[in-house]
Design a protein around this ligand. Structure first.
Ligand code: PGA
Length: 259
């Protein structure tokens, strides 16, 4: 099962995950990070700003999870723009080493297999940061996604379009399609770190960690991974049946082990 770490707040989660990423980069200066967009990973990127300052990050590589289809990459809400603004620029990463799936209509038919090939050529993702949608999606793998899925085009659910409408002028401006790493792609990363904060994510977290393995609960795919860490605040942990056990095991974890 995934290791669940219940922390006081999002800032503490950011510090914990950032420390793991810094350790990874120290050990492997050309580490491959799996980058997530959305509000959830922001505390990690915030914590990395100070922790990576002064370190050489010129060789760090990264792959984003997903992108909207048909949105100009220069649009402020394209995930290319978001990753540039939230991650690449503040952390001083080399933009040529940071990949985002290509959502251009003209090349969309082979964009998925191109992205898979690029991840393989990089030797795979070392640490994949994940958020989780209120409907349980990871990446943009909406309910029903195959656990074996690869990077491909998906139709966003009405709920996800509503959740993301806050970034656009109106819900009509939220694209209907996305290109996302598949659940099978995500499961190939060597370490999964899923973060979630707030009561609104509590059910999705409980389903992902303790629910049955089911395509209707895409987050439950993490149960198949040998090294998955779930970092949540109290509110997002509130529906976990085994929360006392998770607290007990983390409190008694050997200090050398990391997350
Ligand atoms: P959020 O999105 O981090 O903005 O809540 C999570 C997701 O949709 O995966």
């Amino acid at each position: 099962m995934a290791e669940v770490v219940i922390v006081e707040n999002a800032e503490a989660a950011g510090a914990l995950v950032a420390a793991e990423i810094v350790g990874l980069i120290d050990a492997r200066p050309d580490a491959v990070l799996g980058l997530a967009t959305g509000s959830t990973p922001l505390p990690v990127y915030q914590a990395l700003r100070t922790r990576l300052a002064g370190r050489d990050v010129s060789r760090v590589r990264g792959f984003a999870l997903d992108e909207y289809v048909g949105l100009d990459p220069a649009h402020p809400e394209s995930y290319r723009s978001v990753i540039t603004r939230d991650v690449v620029e503040p952390l001083g990463l080399d933009p040529r080493r940071i990949h985002v799936p290509d959502g251009a209509q003209e090349t969309i038919r082979h964009a998925g297999s191109d992205y898979e090939a690029a991840i393989d050529a990089a030797g795979g993702v070392d640490l994949q940061i994940l958020g989780i949608g209120t409907d349980g999606h990871i990446g943009f793998n909406e309910p029903g996604s195959s656990f074996a899925s690869r990077t491909r085009v998906k139709t966003l659910t009405a709920q996800t379009r509503e959740d993301n409408a806050r970034f656009f002028d109106s819900i009509d401006d939220v694209p209907m399609h996305c290109i996302t790493q598949g659940l099978g792609t995500i499961l190939r990363a060597r370490h999964l770190v899923l973060l979630a904060f707030g009561e609104g994510k509590a059910q999705a977290v409980a389903d992902a960690v303790e629910g049955p393995l089911s395509a209707i609960l895409p987050g439950s795919a993490i149960q198949l991974h040998p090294h998955a860490t779930v970092v949540v605040d109290e509110a997002a942990a509130s529906r976990l049946a085994l929360s006392d056990y998770y607290r007990y095991t983390f409190a008694n974890k050997p200090s050398w082990q990391g997350i």
